[in-house]
Write a protein that binds this ligand. Structure first.
Ligand code: GLN
Ligand code: ZN
Length: 751
């Protein structure tokens, strides 16, 4: 019998039950027992759902109250001392303090989980770090599944990936800690064995990255040591890409099974079949754990058949490519979607059902196959393509990607046209999305506030924001983005080719979820999207008002993207739609246009060899969107927080007149990449942290500005906060911006 297994399931719940429980616990409305009971109920429901959908084995210990990397750190006692100490009195409070800060303790840093939109907490290790089992979460959750009648496979983050994802506070190599850590893992494996686990899943996603010999040697040491310990059979899992040059390592580590991602990396199939020793179980990642479309089941079946013919049914498992954490739970409830779109979607539940159909077909029963793949075939043959979009894209010529003149000339023309002081001040776009703003939006959506009243409300908010900025003495103004719920959704809702779900939630971090739009067809702009609001705001002031757009790469990156054409093609369609918007803004008298690309770096492929191709088309898309304007029109981009060193050339190639970035928390360190590269255009390195309600002193901002000024040409430097202000309140925003304007004036006075 062919077996369906999976690497992990979403934790947050179909209706975000975990979010609700967490947030009421944090606000004091739900006690610890209540929270743990809610978590238990979710696990039980999710196991039941997995089994009902056709899984033979469910995943255990894939659940987390906040983050699985943080769980792993706690499990082995790998936390800074202050956190560990407080755990003895209240472990749950200590756990949440390590995730979110609180009671005088600092939260761990958070960063992106590979190339997903999930964020994990970065464990902090140090030289000589000791590891020992603290608690027994994996064992307890395995027992819980067993007691509820589910055959389960406990999931652990593997020891080497854990170390590679962590950071050391003293700069010592984390891999030095591998022996000690593996000893603690061995203890855990023995306990899982005692509890009756037949298999354990060891996630080693770092196997798909570029690794050096030292890291490969650490893998060997770690897995050799685990092999000699008593424990369940070990399934080593790789996902998010090809094993590539790590294939010889992965196929020779002493484990009992190997999982490979055949969605992101189908090309590795032959080599895996050839190299994996016969006594290993092969877990085939056949349906896409990273996207929401139905799988090509015929193709998947052909792969599975070949594996089974060669290795036998018992040695091949059918699985999603990676954990289902990155997709929503069930598309069946999406009743407001067009049926043709809904039927072509596969969320977590549908993916397991697809695997069941595949397994049954392998076992000789292919009755369900035709019905399950019908919507996909229908989609493939339906008219997703639009001749007008295709024709316009085909007509794009290379010169459309270039501004008319080089930057130096544009700078002079913009200087005359805009008449800005030295070190101009601006903000990144949004002003506080107060309770009042959110309430009005909700009332409008629910039909309790008429379109006219909502409009009047937004006008009032915008007027106020403009007045505030004028009073503060900001040089380049923004309208405040009060009409926007979200920087991608706002555009997606106005573009053809996008669909929106009701419950398509995906965990971003902790209790935070996103509901990415779904790009299902060719993208086209129906009519101007932002011109009215920008012009309304410009009409209120003689100062330049920035038009505010989300860039093509960011819209792509924060959506689920159709999988029937290259992502680059979809991105170009978005870029062309935005180009029209940019030109309409310019024609309506908007002289400064900001195109936000905070997600450019996120799209970077995991392997360095693939990066140039991505950056090439990503930059071209930005340029296609931006470059149509006259020299006098100033293009800004905002890139948020990112490591710029390895993408600085691409950032320069975007050729925005001004780029703003988040630099205050790193005390301008992130500016180094620009300085080292001799970045020629203007830069607005953020001078204050908008993530905190703290109002910075103007002396502190002046110090940061002087630091930046020391390395830049005076004409290059802009003055702005780190990012948009939508999560802040007006009183602190007013005070912080007033201090920022003072800092800019003082800098001008020194100059
Ligand atoms: N313009 C957006 C804002 O100010 C930018 C947000 C972002 O960088 N993520 O809200
Ligand atoms: Zn930002």
């Amino acid at each position: 019998m062919s077996r369906v297994t999976l690497l992990g399931f979403p934790r947050i719940g179909r209706r975000r039950e975990l979010k609700t429980a967490l947030e009421s616990h944090w606000s004091g409305d739900l006690d610890a027992a209540g929270l743990l009971e809610a978590a238990r109920a979710l696990r039980r429901n999710h196991w039941q759902l997995q089994r009902d959908a056709g899984a033979d084995v469910v995943a255990a210990n894939d659940f987390s109250l906040y983050d699985h990397v943080l769980d792993t750190a706690w499990l082995f006692g790998a936390l800074p001392h202050v956190h560990l100490e407080s755990a003895s009195s209240d472990p749950l409070a200590a756990y949440f303090a390590s995730a979110r800060g609180g009671s005088g303790r600092r939260a761990l840093e958070m960063t992106k989980w590979f190339d997903t939109n999930y964020h994990y907490l970065v464990p902090e290790l140090r030289r000589g770090q000791a590891f020992a089992l603290h608690g027994d979460k994996p064992v307890a959750e395995f027992r819980e599944a067993l007691a509820a009648g589910f055959a389960a496979r406990p999931v652990l983050l593997g020891p080497v990936s854990f170390l590679l994802l962590a950071k050391t506070v003293d700069g010592s190599p984390a891999l030095d800690l591998v022996d000690d850590l593996v000893a603690a893992y061995a203890d855990l494996l023995a306990r899982l064995h005692e509890a009756g686990a037949e298999w354990v899943q060891l996630d080693e996603p770092c196997l798909v990255l570029d690794l050096d010999d030292r890291t490969r040697a650490a893998y060997r040491r770690a897995y050799d040591a685990l092999a000699s310990a008593k424990g369940p059979k070990r399934l080593l899992t790789s996902y998010f890409g090809a094993l590539g040059d790590q294939l010889p390592l992965a196929t020779t580590l002493p484990v009992d099974g190997l999982h490979v991602d055949l969605v992101r990396a189908p090309q590795q199939f032959d080599a895996v079949l050839r190299d994996l020793p016969d006594d290993r179980t092969l877990s085939l990642g056949l349906v896409d754990g990273r996207n929401v479309w139905r799988a090509d089941l015929r193709e998947a079946l052909a792969l599975a058949r070949r594996a089974v013919e060669q290795r036998g049914e018992d040695a091949c498992w059918l699985a999603p490519s990676c954990s289902l954490l990155h997709v929503p739970i069930d598309s069946a409830g999406e009743t407001t979607l067009e049926p043709a779109i809904r039927d072509s979607l596969a969320f977590a539940r549908q993916k397991i059902e697809e695997l069941r159909v595949l397994a049954d077909a392998l076992d000789g029963d292919d009755a369900a196959l035709a019905a399950v793949e019908a919507p996909r075939i229908a989609r493939a043959t339906s008219a997703l393509g639009r001749a007008d979009v295709r024709d316009r894209l085909a007509a794009v010529t290379p010169d459309m990607l270039d501004r008319r003149s080089p930057y130096a000339l544009r700078r002079a023309r913009q200087h005359t046209a805009l008449d800005l002081p030295l070190f101009p001040t601006t903000t990144i776009g949004s002003f506080p999305q107060t309770e009042e703003v959110r309430k009005a939006r909700a009332a409008h959506r629910a039909g309790r506030l008429t379109a006219a009243d909502y409009r009047r409300f937004l006008e009032e908010q915008t007027r106020r924001a403009v007045r505030e900025q004028e009073e503060l003495g900001i040089d380049v103004l923004v309208h405040g983005e009060f009409e926007r719920n979200d920087m991608v959704e706002y555009f997606g809702e106005q573009l053809d080719g996008f669909a929106f779900t009701k419950q398509g939630w995906v965990q971003s971090y902790g209790s935070r979820c996103v509901k990415p739009p779904i790009i299902h067809a060719d993208v086209a702009r129906r009519r101007p999207m932002t011109v009215e609001w920008s012009c309304y705001a410009q009409g209120l002031t003689p100062r330049p008002m920035k038009g505010m757009l989300t860039g093509p790469v960011t819209i792509l990156q924060w959506s689920f993207v159709r999988d029937d054409q290259p992502r680059s093609e979809t991105c170009r369609q978005i870029a062309l739609a935005l180009r029209d918007e940019v030109l309409d803004l310019e024609a309506s008298g908007i002289r400064v246009i900001q195109i936000d690309e905070p997600a450019l770096r996120e799209g970077l492929p995991l392997r360095s060899a693939d990066r140039a191709t991505y950056l090439g088309w990503a930059v071209d898309c930005f340029r296609l969107a931006a470059a149509g304007v006259r020299d006098e029109t100033q293009v800004h981009t905002h890139m948020c927080y990112a490591e710029f060193n390895d993408i600085i050339e691409a950032v320069a190639a975007m050729d925005a007149d001004v780029v703003s970035i988040e630099t205050s928390r790193s005390r301008m360190e992130l500016l180094d990449a620009f300085v080292g590269y001799r970045y020629p255009n203007a830069i607005g390195p953020g001078v204050y942290d908008i993530h905190s309600p703290h109002v910075p002193a103007s002396a502190d901002m002046l110090a940061l500005l002087r630091k930046a000024r020391a390395h830049l040409d005076p004409a290059q430097l802009w003055v702005n906060p780190d990012c948009g202000l939508k999560t802040r309140g007006w009183p602190e925003v007013r005070a912080a911006l007033a201090a920022m304007v003072v800092a800019a004036r003082e800098l001008r006075a020194i100059e």
